[in-house]
Design a protein. Structure first.
Lengths: 295, 339, 280
């Protein structure tokens, strides 16, 4: 290798034409700009994302293992995780069902107002979470449009884990719909036609041919909605009621610790949540790698 | 422009795409790089173009080392497999692109560029379509635009990657002749990649057959077809019946099939016989004719030998009636390689 | 005999049930909250609502939100273009990891996003003392708000552009370069026209999130009225002070932003079907 390099370098030097002199270095790619753009990308990624994120681990490491456990897994913190994870899970399940129906409706059916529905599905992406939060809190408060009808039934939605779940349903819906939609659209009609021609009923075709094909996308959408729900703050705090051990979510606990200048304790809880974020990323990547095997 | 490729190596991951490839291309030549997919032919073309850079070896243009020179510095004209036309530019702007990007005194005047574009569109018989967008053209027309765009910069070498791959059979045939005509009119050294042996044999002055990152044989279409240097070339270029057998004393035997193999070394061997190299011969081996399918002036004959193996024979249509029932065959030519 | 349904068609009754279910669900989950915002904002009439959004504090929050978006969106656009060029137009090891890392901010809680900048730039943070010495304020000030907003919107444009540019392949760029075009010329004349709608789409989503971000900004802002309150934070303060009409009036303004975003997005999807949502 080295010999070959020395030789080519010599030939370049000996050659009088400018054509050749321009290319003294070893090229990797015919399209220019790789070094600059990758450099900028890595620098910004490090400065904005990676280095600041590492601060969480470094801050939490200031604590002894006992202190860390006490901060990250106190009774109050455990109750907060239970609420955040539980509500996010239930919300993701509900979104899994209605998200699938919504995606199915948008892809397969024609009806008046479809374009509006389609645009509306993205509302949770576009609407600031705090606005969603106060709107939901007002709707589900005991004197609100919906809350007023629930109170006689003995259901207390707002300021309760139910309220948290409702907010997370709002936040998570588009993740499921928008992950399923393209897969459902690309699902070739001929597969369903083949199933029907082999004598399968419409229901059997959907259950045995369509839904299995959607499974990876459904799981991805579910995981995205679940992960987003666990970290969600703005839409939840107004409706949650924020009572310790009862309706206090994990992100709020971080803020409470911060307000008490318990930085290391805040970082400890954040570290647990980050660990979960990484886990979900791995799961989502694994699901997508699994899905690619079918394509 | 002569091009020398000297023991060029290129790897994708751990898998070698080009393995010490050497090739000399003469000035004004029309050369085909022929091989199956994954043989390294497109990689070799892209290394010549300066779109990929090898890990070892050299590429020389007129004895000048350009191994790591940019595509632009080499002044190559490259026609991409899917044409890579700029969708948002008109045909004329596409063709003018290579002249538009020049700077300073190298840049021709507007009028010169317009004249050159007109001239090129005339050359590829697209005059009058300069104002269209690529999406408004047929596949064959897009191919011609790609060709004229590559020619606009007066390239020292014209490189085409599967130039007819995306076209249907009739357009393909006429564009093949077109390319030959344009090559003859411009005299530019031209290299094209194809997996279609018929295309390579019909169009090229010389054919380089690639397999698994190596060049198996370089020669005129006749040489490659009639005197294949390796079993691979024999099997890939043209049709051939393959027999696995043994050579002993200048004779190849595989079941009932006996072929002359003068000079071949004794031992297990593979013999190839082209379908049109079989003839009726009372002293030959026995074959039962199963089917005769006329095709134009020829007829394709399917026959079964005594041990059940099937062979394909091509004969002149006029001779076809003689192929019926049990016949005796021998071969006028065969290619025997040690196994 | 009745004509048989096409095998990919559902029976009419099933269709009606599914569509009704979906309509009721979306109505409850999406439409009602949106309606509630406007109803609450206008409860005491248009004049009161307008007065609420023209107080000095409200106007200051609008201004800060606009400034934040005006810095965040171009920053992330430049980043997204750089990342997409490096990732989509070149081959290098570790590419999949890099894409995952760029996506990382999406899976981080906004509160954690705010926290990390407090840990780095806050009074007790890594650079806290040095920043105080030089009288530079990042946390509880505009730079912190901008940083936190950049973090939470970081992947929006990049993840829109990367798959789009990957789909388009490299041969147009190679064609341009082989004819002597420089890297920048190739980008402006060949690549940019192919990705401009995707870029616009990413910008639209990035902008909506940048203007609406609450959790991350809430941690780093310090809630100083008239100085470090963005519109969502202003909504929170008014709401917690039981000034509901004012809170919902500012919220309605943000709703309008969301509606405009959705309309533009839908228009873009209809005009340029190639740039569809790629999931967020």
């Amino acid at each position: 290798m080295d010999d070959a390099h020395a030789m080519t370098a010599e030939t370049y030097a000996a050659s009088p034409t400018p054509v050749v002199r321009r290319a003294l270095f070893r090229r990797r790619s015919a399209i220019p700009g790789f070094g600059v753009t990758l450099g900028v990308t890595l620098t910004i990624l490090s400065l904005i994302v990676l280095i600041p994120l590492s601060a969480v681990a470094i801050k939490a490491a200031e604590l002894s293992p006992q202190q860390f456990l006490a901060a990250a897994f106190s009774e109050r913190a455990l109750a907060a995780y239970r609420l955040s994870f539980g509500a996010a899970f239930v919300a993701a399940v509900i979104n899994g069902v209605f998200g699938l129906l919504t995606a199915w409706t948008l892809v397969r059916y024609e009806f008046p107002g479809k374009a509006v529905i389609n645009a509306l599905v993205d509302l949770p992406f576009a609407l600031p979470t705090a606005v969603a939060g106060i709107a939901l809190a007002t709707l589900y408060a005991p004197n609100g449009w919906i809350g007023a009808h629930l109170t006689p039934l003995g259901i207390k939605a707002a300021y309760n884990p139910i309220g948290v779940t409702i907010a997370l349903i709002f936040i998570g819906l588009p993740f499921v719909v928008r992950t399923l939609e393209p897969v459902l659209r690309d699902l070739a009609a001929d597969v369903e036609e083949a199933a029907a021609s082999l004598g399968a009923s419409r229901l059997a075709t959907i259950l045995r041919v369509v839904l299995p094909a959607l499974a990876p996308a459904w799981l991805t959408g579910f995981a995205l909605a679940f992960a987003r729900g666990i970290g969600e703050y703005g839409s939840v705090i107004f409706i949650a009621g924020n009572m310790p051990y009862k309706s206090e979510i994990a992100p709020l606990l971080i803020i409470i610790q911060l307000e008490q200048y318990e930085y290391a304790a805040a970082a400890s809880i954040a570290l647990v949540m980050l660990g979960f974020s990484f886990l979900m990323l791995l799961v989502i990547n694994a699901v997508q790698a699994w899905a690619r095997r079918f394509h | 422009m002569t091009i020398s490729i000297r023991s060029v190596e290129k790897q994708y991951g751990r898998y070698p795409a080009l393995n010490k490839v050497g090739l000399e291309i003469a000035d004004g030549e029309l050369l085909a790089l022929l091989g199956p997919s994954g043989s390294g032919k497109t990689t070799l073309l892209r290394v010549i173009a300066g779109l990929e850079f090898p890990e070892g070896g050299q590429v020389l243009f007129n004895d000048q080392d350009v191994t790591f020179a940019s595509a632009a510095a080499r002044r190559v004209g490259f026609v991409f497999q899917q044409y890579a036309l700029f969708k948002h530019m008109t045909v004329a702007r596409n063709v003018a692109f290579g002249l538009d990007v020049r700077k300073g005194k190298d840049k021709p005047s507007k009028a010169e560029i317009t004249a050159r574009v007109d001239e090129l569109l005339k050359l590829v018989e697209l005059d009058g379509l300069g104002g269209r967008y690529p999406s408004q053209l047929s596949g064959g027309q897009r191919q011609r635009v790609a060709l004229s765009r590559a020619l606009a910069v007066s390239p020292s070498v014209l490189l085409l990657d599967e130039p007819f791959g995306a076209l249907d059979a009739t357009v393909r045939k006429s564009l093949r002749r077109e390319l030959r005509r344009i090559h003859d009119a411009t005299g530019v050294t031209t290299i094209f990649v194809t997996h279609d042996q018929e295309e390579a044999l019909e169009l090229a002055d010389r054919v380089a057959v690639l397999n698994a990152g190596q060049i198996e044989q370089v020669g005129t279409p006749d040489e490659v077809h009639d005197n294949p240097a390796s079993p691979f070339v024999c099997g890939f270029v043209g049709e051939a019946n393959r027999f696995d057998g043994v050579v002993s004393g200048g004779q190849f035997t595989a079941g009932p099939v006996v072929l002359a193999a003068p000079g071949a070394r004794d031992g297990p061997s593979i013999a190839y016989v082209r379908p049109h190299d079989f003839l009726l011969d009372e002293s030959g081996f026995e074959a039962r004719i199963e089917r005769v399918a006329p095709q134009g002036p020829l007829a394709h004959v399917e026959a079964v030998l005594a041990d059940g193996r099937r062979i394909e024979v091509t004969v002149a249509r006029d001779d076809a009636p003689r192929f019926a029932g049990l016949v005796k065959l021998s071969s006028r030519r065969s290619h025997v390689f040690a196994a | 005999m009745a004509r048989a349904r096409h095998p990919t068609q559902d029976p009419l009754w099933a269709k009606l049930i599914v569509i009704t279910l979906v309509m009721v669900f979306l109505g409850l989950v999406l439409v009602l909250p949106l309606a509630a915002v406007f109803a609450e904002a206008l409860r005491k009439g248009v004049d009161v609502a307008l007065a609420a959004i023209s107080t000095p504090d409200a106007l200051a929050s609008v201004q800060l939100t606009l400034i934040t978006a005006a810095i965040t969106v171009p920053f992330n656009a430049v980043f997204g273009l750089c990342a997409a060029w490096a990732i989509a137009k070149h081959e290098f090891p570790g590419k999949a990891l890099l894409i995952t890392l760029i996506d990382l901010p999406f899976s981080v809680s906004p509160v954690v996003a705010g926290l990390i900048y407090v840990l780095v730039f806050g009074m007790q943070g890594w650079f806290g003392e040095r920043l105080v010495d030089h009288d530079i304020k990042i946390i509880f000030a505009v730079p912190g708000i901008v940083l936190a907003t950049i973090f939470v919107t970081f992947p929006f444009i990049a993840r829109e552009l990367i798959p789009l540019m990957q789909e388009q392949g490299t041969s147009e760029e190679e064609a341009a370069v082989s004819m002597g075009a420089s890297g920048l010329y190739t980008f402006w004349r060949v690549t940019a026209p192919n990705v401009r709608w995707g870029l616009l789409y990413g910008v639209l989503l990035c902008n909506a999130r940048a203007m609406g971000e609450f959790g991350a900004v809430s941690v780093v802002s310090g809630h100083i009225r008239g100085l470090t309150n963005t519109m969502p934070l202003h909504v929170e303060i008014l709401y917690n002070e039981y000034d509901f009409v004012a809170a919902f009036a500012v919220a309605a303004l943000l709703c309008l932003l969301a509606v405009v975003t959705l309309v533009l997005k839908a228009a873009l999807e209809i005009a340029q079907p190639a740039v569809r949502g790629r999931g967020h």
